[in-house]
Design a protein around this ligand. Structure first.
Ligand SMILES: C[S@@+](CC[C@H](N)C(=O)[O-])C[C@H]1O[C@@H](n2cnc3c(N)ncnc32)[C@H](O)[C@@H]1O
Length: 431
């Protein structure tokens, strides 16, 4: 696979443009936005970089067979007739993930089951033996996607969802998905050019992702494994060169502040930040937002307060009232971004947003609102009663000359080994 081939990076709805921009930066070509996905082309290096560097991709797929089918038996026949020898043999294990949006195929699990049968029967009829099915850590992860009657079978090069960066040891009750957190920070345009504050940091996802963005550290550095590392054509030297290339990392001369009212949450966030090597950039404190004071330096504030779903504060309206009051009186001149869920929460903030955008946090349709807190006058502080502005579309597409990577510099992989010892515990969260 040294020549260019088509790939698909999946993401959350609302992050497609940010992902497309990230793809230009790793040198991908033929980038096209879809719904919750971006298609692109590239070679094996692009594939490895996509898994290792992208902050907003959930997984990276390589389509290997596209066909139309009206029912599961047609899917079975198509899959069984494929030349499987280049991907699997009877000593290997495989797993299938299915995603179905179709009136004709109502049960995605049944589709996965028929694909599994087709592969097993393919080998059994030829060799009298079959590869095994293994859900955890299989040799080959496959993905079948059906939209109406269009079926796409893909190799899943990532395996576990890429939000499982590997630095999160423990989570609080309602942790934000790492991909969503990174995507939101990238959407705001912050790259480490001023201080960063999350006054309700929970397990620390925003501050940690912010530290990685500020220093341009690839999120894949903490990860235990990518599915492509088990493929027959895996190029260890190429992957090592990407892994060990820190030429794009940069200095960060500002500070990240992370607060939470819950001391246990702060403790967890500190542990996670240590795992991510981000502890030097983040100042943690147990502090309620009620006690938030005007920062000395220019800052951006990004936070997701409780929305009353998994965390139910007794007085949600009062909490959001207080957030509005603190932003107005203790964040003058700053830019605040709030991710929340219910309209009445935003209403209780009582400030006029200068931007808003829908984003999905798991199944919840949330909104990200931007507040620019002006000094003194009422301008910008009016009740959010009518006119709303929407986010300006950014020009995300630029030429491949934007590519920052260059050829990687080889260096010792000892860094990786020090992270490896910290690997293992994972949080349950699937997209
Ligand atoms: C939805 S969670 C934030 C999740 C976080 N982004 C993460 O990834 O783990 C909301 C957090 O707000 C905190 N919180 C609630 N009321 C607060 C207050 N008045 N001041 C500061 N933090 C508060 C909770 O303890 C909780 O950790």
């Amino acid at each position: 696979m040294n020549t260019s081939f088509p790939m698909i990076a999946k993401t959350f709805q609302g992050l497609e443009e940010v992902l497309a921009k990230e793809l230009t930066q790793i040198g991908a070509s033929s980038i096209e936005l879809g719904r919750r996905m971006v298609s692109f082309s590239g070679d094996k290096e692009t594939l490895y970089r996509a898994n290792f560097c992208l902050r907003t991709a959930i997984r990276v797929l390589i389509p290997i067979h596209e066909f139309t089918a009206e029912n599961p038996d047609q899917v079975y026949n198509e899959i069984k007739a494929m030349d499987w020898s280049q991907y699997l043999n009877t000593r290997k294990s495989f797993a299938i993930d299915s995603v179905v949006f179709s009136e004709k195929f109502r049960h995605s699990k049944f589709v996965a089951y028929r694909v599994k049968d087709a592969i097993v029967d393919h080998f059994r009829e030829r060799e009298g033996k079959r590869p095994s099915v293994r859900i955890n850590n299989p040799d080959l992860s496959l993905n079948i996607h059906i939209a109406d009657t269009t079926c796409t079978l893909s190799l899943d090069s990532s395996g576990e969802s890429l939000h499982r960066r590997g630095y999160r040891q423990e989570a609080t009750i309602a942790p934000l998905n790492e991909i969503l957190a990174a995507g939101i920070i990238l959407l705001t345009g912050w790259k480490g050019d001023c201080d960063f504050i999350d006054p309700m940091c929970g397990s620390g996802t925003f501050p940690i992702e912010a530290a990685l963005i500020a220093r341009n550290i690839s999120p894949g550095i903490f990860r235990k494994q990518f599915a492509f590392e088990k493929w027959a054509d895996f190029d260890q030297d190429l992957f090592d060169s990407i892994y060990n290339d820190d030429s794009q990392e940069r200095d960060f001369n500002h500070k990240i502040y992370a607060y939470d009212i819950d001391p246990k949450a702060v403790e967890i966030a500190i542990q996670n930040a240590k795992m991510a090597g981000a502890i030097k950039d983040i100042e943690f404190k147990t502090q309620s937002f009620q006690h938030f004071e005007q920062p000395e330096q220019k800052s951006i504030l990004i936070t997701n307060p409780p929305y009353g779903e998994r965390i139910a504060p007794r007085d949600l309206e009062g909490l959001y009232n207080m957030i509005g009051e603190r932003l107005k009186h203790a964040f003058t001149g700053g830019e605040a971004w709030v991710l929340s869920y219910k309209e009445e929460c935003f209403d209780s903030i009582g400030l006029k947003p200068s931007g808003r955008m829908k984003l999905f946090n798991g199944p919840l349709e949330c909104e990200l609102r931007k507040y620019e807190i002006f000094d003194g006058s009422y301008k910008g502080f009016r009740e959010d009663g009518g006119k709303r502005t929407s986010f300006k579309k950014k020009k995300y597409f630029s030429s491949n000359s934007d590519r920052k990577g260059g050829r990687p510099q080889q260096k010792n992989r000892s860094n990786k080994n020090s992270y490896q010892s910290n690997r293992g515990k994972r949080r349950d969260y699937e997209n």
